[in-house]
Design a protein around this ligand. Structure first.
Ligand code: SF4
Length: 371
């Protein structure tokens, strides 16, 4: 790992209590400048974010992972606004996944027949500068009342084909335990909902949130999966490790989605270190996501070919449990598409020629009974 990826020697994670972290989150340009001595590009971005668009919010813990002297630090790039956020590039969209067009009830999005997304709050511990939902997170609405979610629960009850609900936001784990459990319990009242996924970045940005009280309160509602979002090995702190281990030890399968981000993690060695670290914690690297074309994030996105080239380098270097699928979530909500290097050299009747990660070409001969 290069020097810029090393964990800072002096870390200021603050007290362990998650409420303290949220109460002391930095949410102004002045606050960020005091902590980090912002570059001119960061200061311009932070002042703009105070006025419009995705607001600023960074927990002291997450800020403590950053390099205070380097504006190219992978943590800073994820949480400190930059002037480039005002730049719109071709292909940019305010709602890249077409979630508003796929809203089937207030705060309920359905893009696939068997799955739905329930947006329960607009709050997060850190507002990530690449956020797909930057059009709505932190817009002041806060926690959505159970009353307002009523039509969403009614829709799920009337559509038994929906078996999997992803509870998201914002970040649902920024809600109080009591509120979170009440939403989960309401979902559990719908007999056809088999799996509930909690989409949360708190193991990364606010690991203090994963308390014994939280897991004890959620456990009766299993199966609950946790979908988290580590993007860089620098985020693999002892606090994050404790949080992930507590979840796994309490029976929550933990899956990780990494977003490929320019200057943050678009190197095979960086992702290899991240995926290996996650597997050591029993967290499954699940998706490597091509960044969505969110308006104002062109400076953080890579070309599609970059991810394919990285996967080519990682194939064979990492075992299957450490290697995520590379995914493009196609614009306007048309669905996820797995992509990757092409290992099929040719297909003839009965014989497929394949290229292995060693560069060797090998024929696979079909059995005589055909397809
Ligand atoms: S935690 Fe998730 S929803 Fe919140 S800002 Fe980050 S990416 Fe967006």
């Amino acid at each position: 790992m290069s020097g810029r990826h090393a964990v800072p020697r002096k870390r200021r994670s603050g007290p362990k209590d998650w409420g303290w972290q949220l109460r002391h989150a930095i949410d102004t340009a002045e606050g960020l400048d005091r902590e980090l001595s912002l570059s001119p590009e960061e200061l311009a971005g932070a002042r703009r974010a105070e006025e419009a668009g995705l607001p600023i919010r960074v927990t002291p813990y997450y800020l403590g992972l950053s390099d205070r002297t380097d504006p190219r630090c992978p943590i800073r790039l994820q949480c400190v606004p930059r002037a480039e956020e005002s730049v719109e590039v071709p292909g940019d969209l305010a709602d890249p996944l077409g979630e508003e067009a796929h809203e089937v009830a207030p705060n309920l999005v359905q893009r696939y027949p068997d799955r739905a997304l329930l947006l329960a709050t607009d709050r997060c511990a850190v507002y990530c500068r690449f956020c797909t939902r930057s059009r709505m997170v932190g817009d002041g609405g806060g926690v959505v009342s159970l009353e307002r979610l009523g039509p969403a629960f009614a829709y799920l009850a009337a559509h038994p084909e929906v078996r999997d609900v992803i509870l998201s936001g914002g970040d649902p784990l920024t809600m109080s335990t009591d509120r979170l459990v009440r939403v989960v319990a309401r979902l559990r009242e719908v007999p056809s909902v088999e799996t509930i996924r909690l989409a949360t970045r708190t193991p990364v940005t606010l690991p203090q949130r994963i308390t014994g009280e939280l897991v004890r309160a959620l456990k009766p509602h299993h199966p609950l999966w946790v979908m988290t979002h580590f993007n860089h090995p620098r985020e693999l702190s002892p606090e994050a490790e404790r949080a992930c281990k507590r979840l796994v030890d309490s029976g929550f399968p933990v899956m990780n989605q990494t977003v490929l981000l320019r200057g943050v993690n678009d190197e095979a060695a960086t992702l290899e270190a991240l995926f290996r670290g996650l597997v050591r914690w029993r967290v499954r690297p699940y998706y490597l996501l091509q960044a969505d074309p969110v308006r104002g994030t062109g400076h953080l996105r890579t070309a599609v070919g970059r991810g394919i080239a990285i996967m080519e380098q990682l194939q064979g270097r990492l075992s299957g449990i450490a290697l995520p699928k590379l995914i493009v979530d196609t614009p306007r909500g048309m669905g996820k598409v797995p992509i990757g290097p092409d290992y099929v050299v040719s297909r003839q009747p009965g014989v497929t020629r394949l290229r292995t990660h060693r560069g060797v070409e090998v024929d696979y001969v079909d059995p005589p009974h055909g397809s």
